[in-house]
Design a protein around this ligand. Structure first.
Ligand code: EPU
Length: 302
């Protein structure tokens, strides 16, 4: 979707919104997959309601892109503009046991920032790539930790009301890789409450998680982490591995030979390649185990 030629572009500029024309989203995602569109960078939260009104008036579809680490984006010219909220550095501060963090901040950066101030609990999240906002939306988790357990307040833009609102942690449901946020809620800031822990102890925990992750996951390859959610009581990775599918390909999309629930862009994979591989593996798991695997990766399809 190209809006650089539209009158709307001038109004957006007045609001301080940066317009980047013809951005290839393959450069903005950890999978290295994604087509082309115009990108709007919103440096001030308070302009969001006005920007959204302008886009709605002109009937311009949009999507918010965060860290780009858990999303599979369609190929070619995309029918929506992409909105991005950058973070101010470092985008976080600590007061007692509370941490106030911008949703655009880096998740790992937040874990270490808090650790250095003797606030722990999130050691398991250390190697999870992406932004704090993405982690909130999905209730990211690893090694027994889920971010939702520590959330006390979330400031968000609620598309349903067109307003910026603050929601209490108790009013949000955090389930396994799922939350009660509406799909078009935009995470802006979070307040977390974290247990006090000496930095040294947190660091030891972080090291253990890092080692486990390095031993079992393909960290230096292009992926979106796990492709499927684990079915209740089971492991998608183990099932795919047992089917002998490590290294199985569709074009340049490949099942990782290290962790079978990680699908890799092994060259110039397209979204179509990745979708073929996902469907193929899902079907094989269904035939063998009678289990319908659900996507963990978020799909942005036309
Ligand atoms: N396994 C295999 N072969 C494989 C992969 C796994 O046999 O190729 C076996 C392992 O040996 C283990 C079991 O399956 O016995 C579970 O594997 P693992 O400990 O790697 O955990 P997982 O259930 O596959 C989950 C999360 C990961 C998270 C890890 C660590 C999901 C879908 N995945 O993986 O999160 O990092 O636990 O806590 O919940 C992600 O969300 O993108 C992600 C990677």
């Amino acid at each position: 979707m190209r809006i650089s030629e539209k009158p709307l572009a001038a109004r957006l500029k007045e609001l301080g919104v940066e317009l980047h024309a013809g951005v290839s989203l393959s450069e903005k995602t950890s999978l290295g997959i994604g087509g082309t569109t115009d990108e709007l960078v919103l440096r001030r939260f308070d302009t969001i309601p006005e920007v959204m009104r302008l886009l709605a008036d002109e009937k311009i579809p949009h999507r918010f892109l965060g860290g780009g680490t858990n999303v599979l984006i369609d190929d070619g010219e995309l029918p929506w503009v992409v909105l991005h909220l950058p973070t101010s550095q470092p985008g976080m501060r600590v007061e007692g046991n509370a941490a106030y963090v911008d949703a655009a901040a880096d998740l790992g950066g937040m874990v270490t920032f808090c650790a250095k101030r003797d606030l722990g609990g999130m050691e398991g999240l250390i190697g999870v790539p992406g932004s704090v906002g993405g982690a909130l939306r999905m209730n990211a988790g690893a090694y027994g930790t889920q971010i939702g357990s520590y959330v006390r307040e979330v400031e968000l833009y609620r598309a349903a009301t067109g307003e910026i609102e603050t929601v209490r942690g108790n009013d949000i449901r955090f389930d396994y890789r799922h939350t009660s946020f509406a799909p078009d809620d935009v995470m802006l800031r979070v307040k977390l409450e974290l247990p006090s822990k000496p930095f040294k102890e947190i660091l030891a925990g972080i090291k253990v998680c890092n080692e486990k992750r390095r031993a079992s996951q393909p960290l230096n390859q292009k992926s979106a982490g796990c492709i499927f959610k684990n079915p209740p009581g089971g492991s998608a990775g183990r099932m795919i591995d047992e089917l002998g599918l490590k290294g199985h390909r569709a074009g340049d999309a490949m099942v990782s030979d290290r962790h079978a629930n990680f699908f890799i862009n092994a060259g110039k994979a397209s979204c179509a390649d990745m979708l073929r591989l996902i469907d193929d593996v899902r079907e094989r798991v269904r035939l063998r185990y009678g289990v319908e695997l659900e996507n963990e990766v978020i799909l942005w399809k036309n």
